[in-house]
Design a protein around this ligand. Structure first.
Ligand code: FAD
Length: 384
């Protein structure tokens, strides 16, 4: 055996799984041929989403774990505790904000409904005439590529009885993470076959290869959802919160067609990260000027000053979507020893931490604060 667990993929989900397994004392080998994938391309908004109870449970537990991990991370991880303002354009959306307020409060998430005047004071760059917003102060943003790098660079807890990790009783020895830059060509029982013809084996293999996991496991029902993003030059304090229109939720959960929504993030650098778009049925990563233009028009409709800003770069990325919008987290129902941590769609930076807890609890056969039944892969893999 080359390790106690092999993780395929060093994006934010694979890195989080490797970190949590290492904290529990396992010798972990991470294999990745990147950096590439959604983690390099995404927005890094750490956000509680509540489209259904399973999404709310996973995202809220994940944010609590993020707060714990971020307290240890260095500045390169770009964490900012900016909170989210869910913008209501009219009275109908204000009603939607009030319903979201009720659902989040019932789940113990602190949030506040604010009226048009309060919104204008909090974010003076927004256009006048908006109805108000729901403020969720506990959301934040992180620079996911560096957070993944930080997670992979950590040692495990220092031997038996250590207070490191989340459950010191689980620690049997100092864990470790080794990263191997290589491409996995095929998966076999208990081992991975690399492009150079060599193999690596472990009793547990975690497949966290994002959208490309389907090349290793063709039965996986993952669909690409393309997204465009753009970033401005530095305009410190123009925007202070992550600003998202309430219509974003509808756009985020559509299963076909093309949509754009206003979604702007203030980076700690003073830059504005501008999103977002969603497209199906394409794996071409080219920037599509009409979609980018539509997305920027939507953003400047909410933030009129945006037209005058310098946009310095734009790019695209692909979210890996599952058929029901929830990630696949847990054992593969037909392949013993293979664990799946996939299909996080547009929420994988947020939910990487909860995913890591579920995977590590499964592998270590220990309890988890989160009930993982709703995310088990068997719901999508019954007929393979
Ligand atoms: C435009 C956009 C905006 C987003 N915004 C947000 C947001 O604001 N908040 C949020 O929470 N989420 C957001 N997301 C989603 C989030 O970025 C993803 O869900 C998350 O990054 C997925 O991480 P991952 O580790 O599963 O996959 P990836 O980041 O895709 O990592 C997979 C890794 O596996 C490696 N790999 C694949 N196949 C092989 C192989 N055969 N051999 C070796 N290595 C392999 C790849 O090189 C890659 O490094 C966004 C995504 C996009 C595209």
């Amino acid at each position: 055996m080359d390790a106690e667990a092999i993780v395929i993929g060093a994006g934010i989900v694979g890195a989080a799984c490797a970190y949590e397994l290492c904290q529990r004392g396992l010798q972990v080998l991470v294999v990745d041929d990147g950096p590439s994938g959604a983690t390099q391309a995404g927005m890094g908004h750490l956000v509680v989403m509540d489209d259904n109870p399973a999404e709310l449970a996973l995202s809220s537990v994940s944010l609590a774990i993020w707060r714990d991990w971020l307290a240890r991370m260095d500045n390169s991880c770009g964490y900012s505790h900016c909170g989210t303002l869910w913008i209501a354009a009219d009275e109908e959306e204000m009603q939607a904000a009030a319903e979201k307020h009720k659902r989040l409060q019932a789940a113990g998430i602190g949030c506040t409904l604010i009226d048009a005047d309060a919104l204008a004071k909090l974010e003076p760059a927004l256009r006048r005439g908006l109805a108000g917003a729901l403020q969720v102060a506990s959301d934040g943003v992180v620079y996911a590529p560096n957070a993944a790098r930080w997670l992979l660079g950590q040692d495990g807890p220092q031997g038996p009885g250590s207070q490191g990790g989340h459950d010191a009783n689980l620690v049997k020895s100092a864990g470790s993470i080794r990263v191997l830059q290589a491409q996995v060509r095929t998966l076999e029982d208990g081992r991975v076959c690399l492009a150079d013809g060599s193999t690596r084996s472990a009793p547990h293999i975690v497949l966290a290869a994002g959208l490309r996991a389907a090349a290793l496991c063709p039965e996986l029902p993952l669909q690409a959802k393309k997204g465009h993003l753009a970033i401005s030059a530095r305009y410190p304090s123009m925007v202070r919160h992550q600003l998202v229109e309430l219509g974003y939720v509808k756009s985020a959960h559509e299963r076909s067609g093309t949509s754009v929504a206003f979604n702007v993030q203030p980076r700690p650098t003073g830059q504005l990260l501008i999103g977002s778009s969603r497209q199906f049925d394409t794996t071409d990563n080219a920037i599509e000027v009409p979609i980018l233009a539509r997305m920027l028009r939507r953003a400047s409709d909410y933030l009129p000053g945006l037209d005058a800003l310098q946009i310095i770069r734009s790019w695209t990325g692909f979210r890996a979507a599952s058929p029901d919008g929830l990630p696949l987290i847990g054992p593969h129902p037909q392949r013993p020893g293979l664990w799946l941590a996939l299909g996080h769609e547009g929420l994988g930076v947020t939910t990487a931490t909860g995913t890591a807890h579920l995977i590590a609890a499964g592998i270590c056969a220990s309890a988890c604060a989160l009930d993982g039944n709703a995310y088990l892969p068997e719901r999508c893999l019954q007929n393979v």
